[in-house]
Ligand binder design. Structure first.
Ligand code: PBG
Length: 326
């Protein structure tokens, strides 16, 4: 007795016909770390296979992305100089601003550049905003975030992605961008960002671990999912164009819940710890890296994400092209 499921699984043709989840390289975003200095193209110890690039070396990243079929980058900056207010983040000649201009000059509009808007890589205390005592001052931080966003827009960003988790930042940033003439620039909000240990390898890569305390007063409690829906609704009301859930793999229930609440495009960020765990397990010979990478990415789309930020973007684009997923 052959049931319907078996009939639909019997060969590659019908399996691809009946497939419920479709992936496309168009929906992949690759994070890239720009580091102050010259001639830097160095593998990041906590993220094997990912590199720090100085501005003069950034072409390597863009060429590799385009060759793999990835056309969207998410840029992070590691400045030469950190201070209490993270001034490199909004400096006309800040590290990300320099990177944006260098890529634009060489590649024009053939690559889409999204910038992470946050202060933790730029502050000497490693927190995501302006400190008063031991607390991040929400409203004062907003004025800095607005300046960073306008400055990135001026240097050529196609989209900004605030990851700070301050309240009211999307509304504030939208009016700052509009006021500066950037009405068309979309905002992708890190709406649902948990206080997660999965950011560990990123903080090593970006030198952005807080020097004291943690981020629990502004990032979300992993116990909560209704709170995720409130955060998503606020960002949507304030004008976010795309919502994001982060991390991805251990929060797929949250991706699904936000998917069911919003009609906006939804992104998920498969963060540094997810990538580093697969790399480490594969290096120990415990799992098949390629298959685990494919299956993990698939799970995020199946949960309801429309797009994925991942350190595996280039390799996934290859897997999609070869028909191993998608
Ligand atoms: C900046 C920021 C972080 C990540 C993205 N933007 C670090 C953090 O919040 O501590 C993490 C990304 C990753 O782990 O891959 N706030």
């Amino acid at each position: 007795m052959i049931y319907r499921g078996r009939r639909l699984r019997q060969d590659a043709f019908i399996r691809s016909l009946a497939r419920e989840t479709r992936l496309s390289a168009d929906t992949l975003i690759w994070p890239v770390f720009i580091r102050a200095g010259e001639g830097i193209f160095e593998e990041i110890p906590s993220l094997p296979g990912q590199y720090h690039y100085s501005v003069d070396q950034l072409g390597r990243a863009v060429d590799a992305a385009l060759e793999a079929g990835v056309t969207k980058l998410l840029l992070f900056g590691l400045p030469a100089h950190k201070d209490a207010v993270g001034s490199d983040a909004y400096d006309e000649n800040g590290i990300v601003q320099q990177g944006l201009r260098a890529i634009r000059e060489k590649y024009g509009k053939s690559i889409y550049l999204i910038t992470d808007i946050c202060m933790c890589e730029y502050t000497d205390h490693g927190h995501c905003g302006i400190l008063h005592g031991d607390y991040v001052d929400n409203d004062e931080t907003l004025t800095y975030l607005d300046r960073i966003a306008v400055s990135h827009a001026g240097a050529g960003a196609d989209m900004v992605a605030p990851s700070d988790m301050m309240d009211g930042r999307i509304g504030s940033m939208r009016s700052a961008l509009d006021g500066a003439g950037y009405e068309r620039l979309p905002i992708m909000a890190y709406s649902v960002k948990y206080a997660s240990a999965f950011y560990g390898p990123f903080r090593d890569a970006a030198g952005s671990a807080p020097s004291f305390g943690d981020r629990k007063s502004y990032q979300m409690d992993p116990h909560n999912v209704r709170e995720a829906l409130r955060e998503a609704a606020l960002d949507e009301d304030e004008g976010a164009d795309i919502l994001m859930v982060k991390p991805a793999m251990t929060y797929l229930d949250v991706v699904r819940a936000v998917r069911e609440q919003t009609t906006l495009p939804l992104c998920a960020y498969s963060v540094s710890g997810e990538y580093a765990m697969i790399k480490a397990a594969a290096a120990a010979g415990l799992v098949d890296e390629y298959k685990i990478m494919c299956e993990s990415a698939l799970s995020v789309y199946r949960a309801g994400a429309d797009m994925l930020i991942t350190y595996y973007a280039k390799e996934l684009a290859g897997a999609i092209r070869r028909g191993d997923i998608g």
